[in-house]
Design a protein around this ligand. Structure first.
Ligand code: MTE
Ligand code: MO
Length: 388
């Protein structure tokens, strides 16, 4: 099944005991000590929100890391990508082959985890998964080649009912549910969008090991789970991937479904991400000086644009409109917002909600969208602060 040559020299084989604490973290993570770490194995970490809001293009060192298994240490020159399935010309390509045989393309796009902001949902009722704050998101300029061009070179069948499956090099151990290499798929109509990349660079730098060196998929607008890192194989097929990650995870389920009652076949596969927004500054629970206070954050939407961001300093009773910063040419990028308001002495609930170009806004409460996996947490973002 998995004969793609990953040739990994794992620095952190999954399940292998290592010392606890940051000193056990090998070199790929050395520069990342300032991220908030949810777990070391697998490595999951997000930036502080003021760091996230500091630049519209997120530095690799400030970019959240979501991994389900080990971080493979792959040999960039020797690594091979196989392309097969419903294609007339199966391919085997090095990253260098991709660079020289195909047209290079750069796309600015947000990568966002389906579990971003899960902590708010956990405030309603526990869910599985790490308590991500609003930092499981970042915006980067991804450079690589269009998946579409590689599918074309392989003379892939183009029926819109097909799926393009991806296999990766990391080993995922789903305690009790088996041990497998990470794999997912996307529907063909998305796969042939020129903005879906096989990327080898991020913000003009080689991908860091934790972001998928030497090659990853970037599917703008889709949940991060559909953008495999350490890509080893592409398969054109007539059904979605049967990998655990696709079939038994990352699906949206109704509120009454639990871990014990879930029928994964009834879940809705999470592809597109919902309208969302967050307050990045001030930080939750901060004590501020009363008076003029600037609030800053992000808003994000797929396939539409952010047209308005409302901010409240009284728990959502009254609203003011924030100033928006968006590069209209960057379709898949986020929108930064800011507003300066007068904060009286006392406690305040600060709230943000975004509106998109179809006049849709976010649900008011996380209760409205709660699900046992804690996915797509996109209610109004509320934080408590006090001023004195
Ligand atoms: N091979 C592989 N690809 C993966 C993952 C993974 O665990 N293994 N995690 C996915 C998830 S859930 C997300 S949100 C993004 C995160 O990308 P980043 O770590 O570069 O931010 O990678 C996706 N690609
Ligand atoms: Mo994710």
């Amino acid at each position: 099944m998995q004969d793609a040559p990953c040739g990994a020299h794992d620095v952190r084989s999954h399940g292998k005991a290592t010392a606890t604490g940051d000193t056990s973290i090998p070199s790929p993570f050395a520069s990342r000590h300032d991220l908030i770490v949810h777990s070391h194995e697998p490595y999951n970490a997000e930036p502080r929100l003021d760091r996230l809001r500091a630049a519209s293009i997120t530095r690799q060192s400030d970019f959240y890391v979501r991994s389900h298994g080990n971080i493979p240490q792959l040999d960039g020159a020797g690594h091979r990508l196989k392309v097969g399935g419903l294609v007339r010309t199966p391919l085997e390509l090095t990253v260098d082959n991709l660079r020289t045989r195909f047209t290079e393309r750069s796309v600015m796009a947000v990568m966002q985890c389906a579990g971003n902001r899960r902590a708010d949902m956990q405030g309603v009722k526990p869910t599985s998964g790490d308590p991500w704050a609003p930092g499981a998101i970042g915006n980067a300029v991804w450079t690589g080649v269009s998946l579409r061009d590689v599918l074309h070179a392989a003379a892939a069948e183009a029926d819109p009912a097909l799926h393009v499956a991806f296999d990766a090099c990391d080993d995922v151990d789903m305690q009790g549910e088996g041990h497998f290499k990470y794999g997912v798929s996307i529907p063909m109509p998305k796969a042939v969008s020129p903005d879906v990349l096989l990327a080898y660079a991020m913000n003009g730098e080689a991908l860091a090991p934790e972001h998928g060196y030497p090659l990853r998929v970037v599917v703008p607008g889709f949940a991060g789970v559909r953008s495999p890192k350490w890509l080893s194989r592409i398969t054109v097929q007539d059904a979605p991937s049967d990998n655990h990650m696709q079939a038994r995870d990352y699906k949206l389920l109704p509120a009454d479904v639990t871990e014990g009652t879930v029928d994964w076949d009834q879940g809705v596969t999470i592809y597109d991400m919902p309208l969302n927004s967050a307050i990045c500054e001030p930080a939750a629970n901060s004590v501020l000086d009363a008076g003029r206070t600037t609030l800053r954050g992000y808003a994000v939407v797929t396939a539409r644009t952010i047209v308005r961001v409302d901010v409240s300093i009284d728990g959502g009773r009254s609203w003011s409109q924030a100033k928006l910063e968006h590069d209209a040419a960057a379709l898949w990028s986020w929108t930064f917002w800011s507003i300066t308001l007068d904060l009286q002495e006392g406690s305040h609930e600060l709230v943000v909600r975004a509106w998109d170009s179809a006049g849709q806004t976010q649900p008011a409460q996380p209760d409205d969208v709660w699900n046992f996996k804690g996915y797509l947490s996109a209610a109004w973002h509320r934080i408590q602060v006090s001023a004195r």
